[in-house]
Design a protein around this ligand. Structure first.
Ligand code: HEC
Length: 446
């Protein structure tokens, strides 16, 4: 009985998808009424969920590695974790799939612990309770070096950028050729700033693959066009393709970078590095993963019209021409973007909300990667409905000017609306096998 409940928990809440992360002792029921302390209850949470960014020299504005570092921020911490703005993970927990490979959010129990700790005056507690310091991988070593036996097969660099000490945020978009003279298949991707100083200014880095595509090859993914986005950085280290699938990178291709830099009071020059692990030649994966930019704007970009002082929604539909597995969800909007939902309308007419982000934040381009057992398997003919909400009122704190009409455009003060979604397309036989395998896994567990 208990077991079944745990398994349901995994499916519905995604609790078990966090297998690799630390369990927090403070969550035990017996502890409920005791006042949480930093050393015993809070430090383990910060170690596991915050320090990756909140340590000296990294992207976050302050360190949360010690009691002395954390104490002055107690009120702000309470506010940010309670509203689920920190850690940055903006998936709506009340609807849709909740099992993700890269979930860095806090559990409700962790939030409650932090809130009770702050409300109790943020006490330090007994030093003997302090957990060992978190161990972070050496910055020079690629994350997957251990897994694949060395550095990436191909490393590409963005053109250097110098961020002045004081400046507006910058979006740096150089195009850099890959130098490939033959087509290759990617099995894993990592992106990182080149230097430790660079980590402080690099808010996120997107690398888009630009290549000529034969529409024949793309088949079901013909909507994709040549621009295929690959990754983003900061706090999330990389992406390994699911078994049997890969991304095709072609001879003559190039990488178009989109790097968001923030000034930190000191002039810093940096590049970003894209590391690609390739399948050995002749060992092609069976399935090609392609990334779609599915627009949420009915009628196309020109039709986006956001009146001043209003909340506007747009919706658009995309038909899966082949069976597919949806690998991830990454909403893209700008400053008026408030929420985006992806719904599957199955051929039998039933509807399933796959994911919704209801507290979109332009600072954070999170890609929500579904866990193996949760990545939706959708038959051909499924309609993907994508809906965006834009809040062009003064209630939206990110809004630079609620009195402006806003249309589509590249600048941050213009708007966009699309979801970056990786889809692995499959023929009927492979799809039936994938569905059967999924059912077997889920039944086994019960
Ligand atoms: C992926 C990196 C990352 C993780 C993980 C993360 N933060 Fe942050 N945090 C940032 C960045 C960057 C900022 C500043 C920009 C922003 O507010 O979005 C920030 C801002 C904050 C602020 C606001 C500081 C201020 O100026 O008032 C608080 C508080 C905070 N984080 C607490 C936390 C806590 C607590 C955790 C863990 C439970 C956490 N963060 C996890 C990157 C991160």
């Amino acid at each position: 009985m208990t077991r079944t409940r745990t398994i349901r928990g995994a499916l519905v809440l995604g609790g078990l998808a966090l297998g690799g992360l630390m369990l927090v002792p403070g969550m035990a029921a017996a502890q409920d009424e005791a006042t949480p302390t930093y050393t015993k209850d809070v430090a383990p949470i910060f170690r596991a969920k915050c320090e990756n960014c909140h340590r000296p020299g990294y992207i976050a504005p302050m360190s949360l590695q010690t009691y002395a570092d954390s104490r002055p921020w107690a009120r702000s911490i309470r506010n940010r974790v309670e509203t689920r703005q920190m850690p940055p993970w903006h998936i709506d927990k009340s609807v849709g799939i909740q099992a993700f490979e890269n979930d860095r959010s806090l559990t409700q129990a962790e939030i409650d612990t932090i809130v009770r700790w702050v409300d109790a005056g943020a006490p330090q507690g007994d030093l003997a309770d302090l957990p060992p310091p978190a161990v972070f991988a050496d910055d020079d070593v690629w994350n997957y070096a251990g897994l694949f036996g060395g550095p990436p097969d191909l490393i590409l660099y963005s053109t250097p950028y110098t961020m002045p000490a004081v400046a507006q945020d910058a979006w740096w978009k150089p195009e850099v050729p890959t130098g490939l003279t033959e087509d290759r298949w990617i099995r894993a991707i990592e992106i990182r700033p080149s230097t430790v100083a660079g980590r402080r200014i690099t808010h996120h880095a997107l690398a888009r693959l630009q290549q000529e595509e034969d529409p024949e090859d793309l088949g079901a993914a013909s909507e994709v066009g040549p621009g295929i986005l690959m990754e983003w950085a900061v706090g999330k280290q990389g992406e390994i393709m699911r078994e049997g699938s890969g991304k095709l990178i072609k001879a003559g291709s190039s990488i178009v970078w989109d790097i968001h830099y923030s000034a930190v009071g000191e002039e810093i020059t940096d590049t970003a590095e894209l590391g690609l692990y390739l399948y050995p030649k002749g060992q092609e994966p069976k399935h090609r993963q392609v990334l779609s930019a599915w627009s949420t704007i009915e009628g196309g970009s020109d039709h986006l019209s956001i009146p001043p002082n209003a909340v506007t929604t747009t919706e658009n539909f995309h038909v899966l021409k082949e069976n597919g597995r949806i690998e991830n969800y990454q909403p893209h909007m700008h400053l008026r973007g408030k929420g985006m939902q992806m719904t599957a309308i199955l051929p039998d007419g039933s509807k399933q909300v796959l994911s919704r982000v209801s507290d979109f934040n332009f600072n954070w381009h999170n890609s929500y990667v579904y866990a193996d057992h949760a990545a939706p398997l959708l038959p051909k003919g499924t309609v993907i409905a994508l809906k965006s909400w834009y809040d062009n009122t003064s209630a939206n704190r990110a809004n630079p000017d609620p009195n402006q009409w806003v249309g589509y455009g590249d600048r941050t003060v213009d708007e966009m609306g699309h979801a970056w979604v990786n889809v692995t397309y499959m023929d009927d036989e492979d799809f039936a096998a994938a569905v059967a395998e999924r059912e077997a896994v889920l039944t086994d567990d019960e």
